[in-house]
Write a new protein. Structure first.
Length: 375
């Protein structure tokens, strides 16, 4: 992606529609020939214009709140809306019942208290197989004392409620190995076998980078065996795998100076526009700067001392006015961004080929400003 120069306001969040389509096509190829349906997990990037791009590729949306469910229903012409959340509220049940097709209850107590207020949805349980694969406990849904899902041992002790038609699990984060899935499926097979006549569907959750998964043939075999052996409709719900590599954060250099022998470059963006940089000590990838031997600290413009994107080794030290592009920022960035220090959120642009559409500025007025550039 080349710089659009003065035509673009920075900082800018740019979403490439074609890259989203490429990611979705790779995931569809992964599940081709299987009885598996694709849901997009809205929480990764819930921008309505993005959901419209995604809609033709998918069987539905995965949501975690009433607001997400309402947005999904507004976009989806036909298909499924699956919800699971530990934060289900009783006064929202009627609205959720109207727009969701499937709800996986997060606990047996949540099910007992609220399932009667959701008469039309297909009811499921989110289960915790007690298998941990994430190295960082903050990302581990199966960590000790987890708040996410029903411990499988409770179901073994007390049985599965009669009105439960499906199960949902989610055990990984940014996972590229199929081993996590095969081990989890092996763990839950006795449960599926015991309730074979009762269960109608199984949601394998998200957390896998499906288009990059190793041994895709094993993935296909595992998914199809679930459908064949237990007569189940199988779902997957990728989020990051769909949008992360399809978005870029454009920023310009405001200042450049020496700090105790190291070059600091101040940008017109902030880690507050990409909070996972600060939360999880990530350094986002650079799209447009060549690697070299010059050490440069890329820093945000807020007064937070830790507002740092990281230390990079570059061929050239950026100068005031230069454009820097961070890639792979599509997931869990814009949705978490904030206005710390009073700085505006990034402008949002959507790219379709060589057409760049200015979707939104931080003044909350939508614009339909089309521009032509070279990418």
């Amino acid at each position: 992606m080349n710089d659009y120069g003065t035509e673009i306001n920075t900082p800018a969040f740019i979403i490439d529609e074609h890259l989203i389509g490429d990611n979705l096509n790779r995931i569809l190829e992964l599940i081709s020939g299987t009885d598996c349906r694709l849901l997009y997990s809205i929480k990764a990037l819930p921008l309505q214009s993005v959901l419209e791009v995604i809609r033709p590729f998918i069987s539905g949306f995965s949501v975690s709140s009433l607001n997400e469910a309402t947005l999904a229903a507004a976009v989806l012409r036909q298909g499924s809306i699956h919800l699971t959340t530990p934060g289900l509220r009783d006064f929202e049940c009627a609205a959720l019942d109207a727009c969701c097709s499937h709800i996986s209850f997060n606990s047996l107590s949540q099910f007992a208290r609220l399932s009667g207020q959701l008469p039309t949805v297909s009811k499921g349980l989110r289960i915790n197989p007690r298998l941990s694969f994430a190295k960082d406990e903050r990302f581990d849904p199966c960590r000790q004392h987890s708040k996410l899902g029903v411990d499988m041992r409770l179901i073994e002790q007390h049985g599965l409620p009669e009105t439960i038609e499906g199960l949902h699990f989610h055990t990984v984060f940014s996972c590229k190995t199929v081993d996590a899935l095969t081990q989890t499926v092996e763990k839950i097979r006795p449960l599926l076998s015991k309730y074979r006549k009762q269960l109608k569907w199984l949601n394998l959750g998200g957390g896998y980078l499906y288009s990059e998964i190793d041994r895709p043939e094993i993935f296909k075999q595992t998914v199809q065996s679930l459908a064949d052996d237990f007569n189940l409709q199988v779902f997957i719900e990728p989020g990051k795998a769909v949008v992360d590599s399809a978005a870029f954060l454009l920023t310009r250099v405001l200042d450049c100076f020496d700090s105790e022998g190291k070059t600091v470059v101040i940008l017109d963006t902030s880690v507050n526009h990409h909070p996972e940089v600060f939360e999880y000590q990530k350094s986002p990838r650079l799209e447009n700067l060549a690697a070299g031997d010059k050490s440069v600290i890329l820093a945000g413009s807020s007064c937070l001392a830790g507002d740092l994107f990281g230390e990079y080794r570059l061929k050239q030290v950026p100068e005031v006015g230069d454009t820097i592009i961070f890639s792979h920022v599509g997931a869990y960035s814009l949705i978490k961004a904030n206005r710390f220090n009073g700085y505006n959120l990034p402008d949002i642009y959507q790219l379709n080929g060589k057409q760049l559409m200015h979707i939104k500025s931080d003044n909350n007025h939508y614009q339909q400003q089309w521009m032509t550039g070279n990418c």
